[in-house]
Ligand binder design. Structure first.
Ligand SMILES: Cc1ncc(COP(=O)(O)O)c(C=O)c1O
Length: 443
């Protein structure tokens, strides 16, 4: 691991994202280097990474082939415009990504983040219906407890109250939400997909009856909701949603920013669950998070419909200066090579049973009201303390970092664990032991 880097002289200037700024600055947590399964903190501790950074460093940290590819790209072609111009790496990466996307999804639109990939997907859905002569299909249906990034599109279709309330006066119109599938009276301590809840997809029928199918452009869901605490789809739920969307001519968008690249034991959740959407968003693991990049995978027929609807000139008025940036494209290519060469998606599937039993062994801990899991991800839900949502979870998180040398993630009072896919069996048990001590430390 690289030598420690000096802490910054002041923390004042930075407004930190999704952070309790005052609490953080009073007791900072600084990461200064990383290698494989570990971070190093500014006070020289080795921190076991239980979250693959932020659900993104699936191949482990500072992987040499990815670094080499980025160095090569940075010294060869720093930047090339992507509007009316191109460079080889962006085409190569699109092709390679299409190769692992679900069948029939052979077109790729690049962006720089999950939020942008979602915005791009929503716009593509609108463009598609317009090109087909159904411009009135412009309503979107998201799902409660869904997270689709922080653009106005993403927070509108997303279902997280805290992310919406400050901006509620200006959210996208014509959006509604399906119910979420989390109900501990039916689903507590499910291993893998819960048995109960497929019928909740039928809420889409009610939306269709209410608004008319001919007004609905797309439904967007995370196959496994990550940011609101690892909500695994009930058996049959995604199939039902697919069937209803097909029946009513509604596009189905899977937001796979978290579930992509092996997290659930297949390249994408679409393949793990055997349900193919029409559009699929990715980011994070696409470059192993070594450099920002997002992408929207698109059914070939959607691309062709939009592109052929315009006789001459630009067919889709959307894009980013850095769509397919050479550095990100190089990192993406090297990352997909590492995943393939090391069989990391298969590895996640192989380790999943070990992960599952290690996670469910936590159910005897104080305050634990649920453990749920799929692939290499688990949610451990703690009871809310005295109506103070998130207080107990935050204490577990800070104890894990400061006292147990483990990076975990909490969302409200749910601990969400999603380690790099290179984790060993021994490290799985070590991680769970650290989490156990952190949970035991709080009242
Ligand atoms: C499912 C999902 N969609 C979109 C996003 C937004 O990605 P970004 O933070 O790269 O904009 C995230 C981020 O966690 C996510 O989990």
């Amino acid at each position: 691991m690289n030598p420690a880097v000096a802490a910054p002289p002041t923390l004042d200037s930075l407004w930190m994202p999704f952070t309790a700024n005052k609490a953080y600055k009073a007791r900072p947590r600084l990461l200064v280097s990383a290698k494989d399964m570990h971070y190093r903190s500014d006070d020289g501790r080795e921190i076991l990474d239980g979250t693959a950074g932020l659900w993104c460093v699936n191949a482990g940290h500072c992987r040499q082939p990815i670094i080499d590819a980025m160095l090569q790209a940075a010294t060869t072609l720093d930047f090339a415009p992507s509007f009316q111009m191109g460079h080889p790496l962006m085409f190569e990466l699109a092709d390679k990504l299409a190769g692992i996307l679900p069948e029939g999804m052979d077109r790729v639109f690049f962006s720089n983040s999950g939020s942008e990939a979602v915005d791009s997907a929503l716009k593509i859905a609108l463009a598609y219906h317009q090109a087909r002569g159904e411009p009135q299909r412009c309503r979107f249906i998201g799902r409660l407890r869904g997270y689709h990034g922080v653009g106005f599109g993403g927070i509108s279709v997303g279902g997280i109250e805290n992310n919406r309330k400050t901006f509620s006066a200006q959210l996208m119109p014509q959006v509604d939400h399906l119910p979420h599938t989390h109900d501990l009276s039916h689903n507590a301590f499910s291993r893998g997909q819960p048995q109960w809840g497929a019928h909740l997809a039928d809420a889409l029928e009610a939306q269709v009856a209410r608004y008319g199918a001919e007004t609905i452009a797309a439904v967007i869901v995370e196959p496994v909701a990550g940011s609101t605490g690892v909500l695994v789809p009930p058996v049959g739920y995604l199939e039902r949603l697919r069937e209803l969307c097909t029946r009513h001519g509604i596009l189905l968008i899977f937001d796979e920013v978290i579930t992509g690249f092996g997290r659930v034991g297949a390249p994408f959740a679409a393949q793990a669950f055997g349900v193919t959407p029409d559009l699929l968003t990715v980011a994070k693991g696409l470059t192993n998070a070594a450099v920002p990049m997002g992408a929207t995978g698109v059914r070939t027929s959607i691309y062709e419909t939009v592109v052929h609807a315009t006789e001459r000139g630009i067919e889709f008025f959307h894009g980013y200066t850095y769509s397919g940036h050479p550095l990100a494209a190089a990192a993406g290519l090297a990352t997909l090579d590492v995943y393939a060469q090391e069989g990391l998606f298969e590895r996640a599937a192989e380790l999943a049973p070990v992960w599952e039993s290690a996670a469910h062994a936590m159910r005897d801990l104080p305050h634990v009201i649920d453990v749920r899991n799929i692939g290499l991800v688990t949610g451990i839900e703690l009871a809310v303390r005295d109506g103070q949502v998130g207080a107990r979870g935050y204490e577990v998180f800070t104890n894990a970092f400061h006292e147990q040398d483990a990076l975990i993630r909490v969302t409200g009072d749910t601990i969400a664990l999603s380690p790099p896919l290179i984790i060993s069996e021994e490290q799985i048990h070590d991680l769970m032991a650290r989490v156990r001590r952190a949970v035991e430390s709080v009242s």
